[in-house]
Design a protein around this ligand. Structure first.
Ligand code: UD1
Length: 423
């Protein structure tokens, strides 16, 4: 099993190219099931999660051809030969649930294994199911699977989400494109990944308005057609690498980074004495002084501060001047990185959804263990500035969502390598 070894204390200077957004791509790929014509996605990231979605679509009878070394995905679903997303795949990746809406809309039939819990909490899918029921699907939960069917086409409906769930918004949006009549989705998620999905669906012939706001209106159409769509840049990868020079010092330019997509992070970085400037190709980040300032941050749905950057921000705050407070409001149990950071000398006090972080002068390298995707990268970031060697194990979490971390950070001067721990 691979680990990542980092010898800390090197300033970072250089350029990092931001890849296509994992979470956008994971929602776009199942949209190919909505049409018999090919959907081509460009700027796809090369990640384990994308390979898992490729495998899932393949198991349903779609053909996914990775071109240009995996940066382009040509997906053809002329035929769907199987309507069951099996537990073996779904348990590896929760986003598998995103095939439910498209399968139902296309053929009125879908069986998808329930994802179950994960390291960051219970994460139910009740809102996905309620939304699809409102569109006329008949659902039955049996043997750990959602068995969904509809008599004829789905029907447009007015749906009010109690919380703006990203995944539920995506499943309802894709399902409603082929429903009979109009759907109004209130309290929809406003994340850039939703906007990207809506744009792709529109390029496929869907009638959608209001994406990026809390109210999305979809007028169902008879059929959708093929399209070519460029996946947006990954704002979480961008934010992660913006935090790297804030932690280790130096100046890093993020090529292809979209400042607006990380506005909440920019606001916090500027408060903490970190400069974020626009460049011709993206944005560049530089820490002003020796240590960053302390912050009080609450995670919220977009455009609030993203839960997916909370662990990385915590890594920065471990060496801030003074006490910071991080409140996690999206997921329960999303502070698994805190005890690992404490092994590196961080002073963190977690009570329920709140973490108090007393900044220390310097972290010390230690063997640590990744518990989920964002936690694993937060440990790497912490290792960049820590004294001595940090060995992050269980990096298969990292490979789900970060492309070539060692190369990207290594090119900026970080002393980082992948080692095979042989186990
Ligand atoms: C997506 C992202 C994930 C990110 C999260 C929040 C993907 C593949 N994953 O996950 O990286 O951390 O958004 O920005 O895009 N909830 C329910 N019932 C539901 C659905 C959600 O109670 O049916 C709750 C969740 O437990 C959580 C909150 O709603 O507390 C938000 O979850 P949601 O926005 O659905 O996250 P995901 O789509 O799973």
């Amino acid at each position: 099993m691979d680990s990542i070894a980092i010898r800390g204390g090197k300033e970072l200077n250089g350029r990092i190219a931001v890849s296509g957004a994992k979470n956008a791509c994971l929602a776009l790929m199942p949209a190919a099931l909505l049409t018999e014509e090919p959907l081509t996605l460009t700027n796809a990231p090369r990640l384990a999660d994308i390979r898992t979605m490729t495998e899932l679509l393949g198991s349903l009878g779609a053909e996914v051809a990775p071109l240009s070394q995996g940066r382009v995905l040509a997906i053809g679903a002329a035929r769907v030969s199987n309507h069951t997303a099996h537990y073996d795949i779904v348990r590896k990746m929760r986003a598998s649930i995103l095939v439910l809406g498209p399968l139902l809309a296309r053929d009125g039939l879908a069986n998808v294994s329930l994802p179950g819990g994960c390291a960051i909490g219970a994460r139910p899918v009740d809102l996905h199911l309620q939304g699809l029921e409102a569109l006329g699907a008949e659902l039955e939960l049996r043997d750990g699977y959602v068995h969904a069917k509809s008599q004829g086409r789905l029907r447009g409906a007015k749906i009010d989400l109690p919380v703006p769930s990203v995944g539920a918004t995506e499943n309802i949006l894709t399902a409603a494109t082929l429903a009979r009549g109009a759907t109004v989705l209130n309290n929809a998620a406003r994340e850039p990944e939703i906007v990207d999905l809506a744009r792709c669906l529109r390029a496929m012939g869907a009638q959608i308005e209001g994406e990026g706001t809390s109210r999305i209106e979809i007028q169902g159409v008879e059929t959708l057609h093929g399209a070519t769509h460029r996946v947006i840049a990954d704002r979480i990868e961008l934010g992660t690498y913006m935090l790297a020079p804030a932690i280790a010092g130096g100046e890093v330019e993020l090529v292809g980074g979209d400042r607006a997509s990380v506005a909440s992070l920019v606001e916090q970085l500027e408060k903490a004495d970190v400069d974020v400037d626009d460049t011709e190709d993206g944005i560049k980040v530089r820490r002003r002084n020796g240590r960053v300032g302390a912050l009080n941050v609450v995670t919220e749905p977009y455009p609030g501060f993203p839960t997916d950057l909370q662990a990385q921000l915590m890594a920065m705050l471990c060496t801030a001047q003074g006490q910071s407070v991080l409140e996690e409001r999206i997921f329960e149990n999303r502070f698994m990185h805190a005890p690992e950071l404490m092994r590196m000398g961080a002073r963190i006090d977690v009570h329920g959804g709140t973490a108090k972080i007393q900044g220390v002068e310097r972290l010390r390298g230690a063997p640590v263990m990744a518990t989920d995707l964002r936690a694993s990268v937060s440990l790497i970031l912490a290792g960049l500035a820590a004294e001595g060697e940090t060995l992050v194990s269980r990096v298969y979490h990292l490979d789900r969502g970060y492309e070539s971390v060692e190369e990207k950070l290594g090119a900026c001067g970080a002393d980082i390598e992948r080692v095979n721990a042989g186990g």
